[in-house]
Ligand binder design. Sequence first.
Ligand code: B12
Length: 217
Amino acid sequence: MSETERSELYQAIVDGDFDIAEEETQALLDQGLTPSQILDEHVVPAMGEVGDLFDEGEYFVPELLMAAKAAQEAMALLNPLLKEAGAERQGRVVIGTVKGDMHDIGKNLVAATLEGAGFDVVDLGCNVAPEQFVDAVRNGDGGKTFVAMSALLTTTIPQMKATIEALEAAGLKDSIKTLVGGAPVTREFADSIGADGYSQSANECVAVAKKLASEWN
Ligand code: B12
C-alpha cells in the first residue's frame, strides 16, 4: 500500500473518525490536491479496506457505518467542488442500487466520480425497482443517457437483467446505454445480460462511460 493511500484522511475513514475526516479533506484541498484526486486516491481505497476488514471479521456493522459516515463527511466537502470543476458536459447518468439491495457506499462513490468527470447524475438511491429506472429515463431530456446499476448481493444481480428487460419493453433500450458494477458483478455477467459497459471501480467507470459517450451515434 502506498504512502498516499495511508494518509491521515485514509486512516480517519478506516477509523470512522468523521471530524478528522472532514479536517483532513480540507487539509488536502489546501495542499492543492484536486477533489477527484482526493476521492480516487484516499476515499475510495479507504472504503475498500473497510469492506475487507468487514469480510475478515475484524469489523462489524457499527464500525462499517462509522466509516461510511466519515467518507460522507469527506464527500460533503468534495461534491460541490466536483460539480464546480466545470468539466465538459458528457451526458446524463441515472444511477441506483437495484431492487432488494441496500448497499449504497460504492454506488455513491461511482455517482460522485461521474459527477466530477462532467456527467449530470440523477441518483435514485438504493432498492430501486426496474420501473423507477424506466420512469427516470422517460423524465429526461432525451440526450445521451446512461442507466448505471449497482448490486452487491448475488441475490440481487438478476435485477440488473430485469431492469434492462424493462427498459427494452418500454422501447427505451436502444436510446440509452447501460452500465453495471458492484463486487459480485463480472464482465461475463455484464455481457450475458447485454449491458453496454462494466467496470470494477469508480475510476474505470468514468473511462468506460466517456468512451461510450464519445462513440454515441
Ligand atoms: C457495507 C456493507 C453492508 C452495509 C451497507 C451499508 C451501505 N449504506 O451501503 C450493511 C451493514 C447495511 C450491509 C447489509 C447486508 N449485507 Co453487506 N456488505 C457490506 C460490505 C462490508 C462492504 C460493501 C462496500 O461498501 N464496499 C466498499 C465499496 C467502495 O465497494 P463496492 O460497493 O464494491 O463499490 C466499488 C465497485 O464495486 C464499483 N461499483 C459499485 N457499484 C457500481 C456501479 C456501476 C455502474 C459501476 C460501473 C461500478 C460500480 O465501484 C465502487 C468504487 O470503486 C460487503 C463486503 C465487501 N467487502 O464488499 C458486504 C456484503 C456485500 N454484504 C453481504 C450481505 C450478505 C449483506 C446482508 C444480506 C447481511 C445480512 N445477513 O443482513 C445485508 C443485506 C442488506 C440488503 N438488502 O442490501 C455480503 C454479500 C454476499 C453475496 N455475495 O451476496 C457481503 C459480500 C459480505 C460477505 N462477505 O458476506 N452490508
